[in-house]
Design a protein around this ligand. Structure first.
Ligand code: SF4
Length: 456
């Protein structure tokens, strides 16, 4: 344990932690991120819940990350997982489902709820479970679907009744003790807070995260764009642009301890007050970084503001070099329109541009000539502006609840040959391809409803 503790102490020495821990709860709980410290500390959903549970006095909440440790202990108080009355798993990615089982087994906790004795109560939440909670149906005592804060308040308010098996526990939408037989019914259980004055944000920052030392806040929830391959518009059916005054208050708080803020959302540029938000950051001398941006929302003024707030790189979700494919998936704009936006970014002296693409979408190989021509123009701009335009390329993973639900997942061989096709036709800019095994795993857990315990 001493080795682990030493390592944790080192990580903690890099944290700036402004969470107000209210110690008025009798229930000790542990918030678990089923992957590394680095990725957990990059996930706003996890950080928001940790802040909320502790600051509202709902429960004394410790943190746990899944690291390759001989003697795993908790992050804040160096305790064992089995010491806690409640374990809360926050799971954004399906790929981490197996880690949930490993964590429980490593800590001598029976993963099968039907065989488990009373302690601890195990709760699961996070977007991966909204898509498909069924592989973990026999693991979690409670599933929390949708925004977790008020649902967890409800669970802790009724904690004693729940663990005593009292039949009089009232019901709350999105808090499920059993999963419905019909998968479609899950969608109706995913609920969100109505108020858009509620801003999820973090009060811990560290350099050991993807968003190194960045204060993260969510400025909008869900997405209005309805791209055909994407679950976001379908899962977050209660879309919301967070209120400007509330965002400003949170930014005032950020000013106290971070130099840089990360504006998190699937629709950063669609926010009706995005220019005001960026201007406010500039006035407060806060640097800005953002989630990936929509091509259509980029204006010269916004790019200027991004530059003024010291944004050195921009990420764009183009999805396909083919305009025919873009039209099919609901991202309908011409190559010329896209090239003008790239030029505009470069002219504003932002030289690093990351572009997301998906391979395996309909029509993508139909108009190779025009795609090669678009590529050549990008290459040209890259050379003229001495820029760093690079690509992140992922295979299409047909997702539940989307119009592509019934498309078969591409085989390993097809993904490999698509990657090869791309490399052969598009040369001269940096390409990064998503791991094939990870993608297949993600697809499997998004679709397959079999009990994970049967194969682990
Ligand atoms: S791909 Fe992006 S823009 Fe399209 S619906 Fe999903 S989150 Fe929105």
């Amino acid at each position: 344990m001493w080795q682990e503790r030493k390592y944790i102490e080192k990580l903690k020495s890099f944290e700036i932690n402004k969470v107000n821990y209210l110690k008025n709860s009798s229930i000790n709980s542990l918030l678990i991120y089923p992957n590394s410290y680095y990725s957990g500390m990059s996930y706003l959903g996890f950080l928001q819940l940790y802040k909320f549970l502790n600051e509202e006095g709902i429960t004394n909440c410790d943190r746990f990350f899944f690291e390759d440790w001989k003697d795993p202990i908790t992050f804040d108080n160096y305790r064992y997982v089995s010491d806690f009355e409640v374990l809360l798993f926050s799971i954004p990615f399906e790929g981490d489902f197996e880690n949930v089982i490993k964590i429980l087994r490593d800590n001598n906790i029976e993963p099968n709820k039907n065989k488990r004795k009373r302690k601890p109560l195990i709760i699961g939440g996070g977007p991966s479970l909204w898509i498909n909670p069924y592989p973990l149906k026999n693991v979690f005592d409670i599933f929390v679907l949708g925004e977790g804060e008020e649902k967890l308040r409800f669970v802790f308010n009724h904690f004693r009744k729940i663990i005593n098996g009292d039949n009089n526990v009232p019901k709350m939408k999105g808090v499920l003790f059993e999963l419905p037989m019909e998968r479609k019914a899950i969608l109706n259980e995913i609920t969100f807070e109505k108020s858009c004055t509620h801003i999820p944000y973090t009060k811990i920052i560290t350099k050991n995260s993807f968003f190194s030392n960045m204060f993260l806040l969510e400025i909008a929830r869900g997405c209005i764009n309805n791209c055909k391959f994407c679950t976001v518009s379908r899962l977050y059916h209660n879309k919301c642009f967070r209120d400007l005054d509330s965002i400003k208050k949170v930014l005032d708080e950020a000013k106290g301890f971070a130099k840089k803020v990360g504006l998190i959302s699937s629709m950063v540029l669609e926010h009706p007050h995005i220019e005001d938000i960026l201007q406010y950051c500039y006035d407060k001398e806060l640097e800005v970084s953002t989630s990936s941006l929509s091509v259509k929302g980029l204006t010269n003024n916004i790019v200027k503001l991004l530059r003024m707030t010291n944004n050195k790189s921009i990420t764009i979700a183009l999805e396909s070099l083919s305009s025919k494919t873009r039209k099919e998936i609901n991202k309908d704009f011409t190559d010329l329109f896209f090239l003008e936006k790239i030029k505009m970014i470069l002219e504003n002296n932002i030289k690093t541009i990351k572009i997301y693409l998906i391979l395996g979408l309909p029509y993508e190989k139909d108009d190779l000539k025009s795609q090669v021509s678009l590529w050549k123009q990008l290459l040209n701009l890259n050379t003229i502006f001495k820029a760093n335009i690079h690509f992140s390329i992922n295979p299409l993973i047909p997702q539940p609840y989307t119009p592509y639900y019934n498309l078969p997942m591409q085989s390993k061989k097809t993904i490999r040959s698509n990657y090869k096709w791309f490399k052969e036709n598009f040369k001269g800019l940096k390409l990064k391809f998503e791991g094939i095994n990870n993608s297949l795993k993600e697809y499997n857990y998004a679709y397959n409803t079999d009990d994970i315990l049967e194969k682990m």
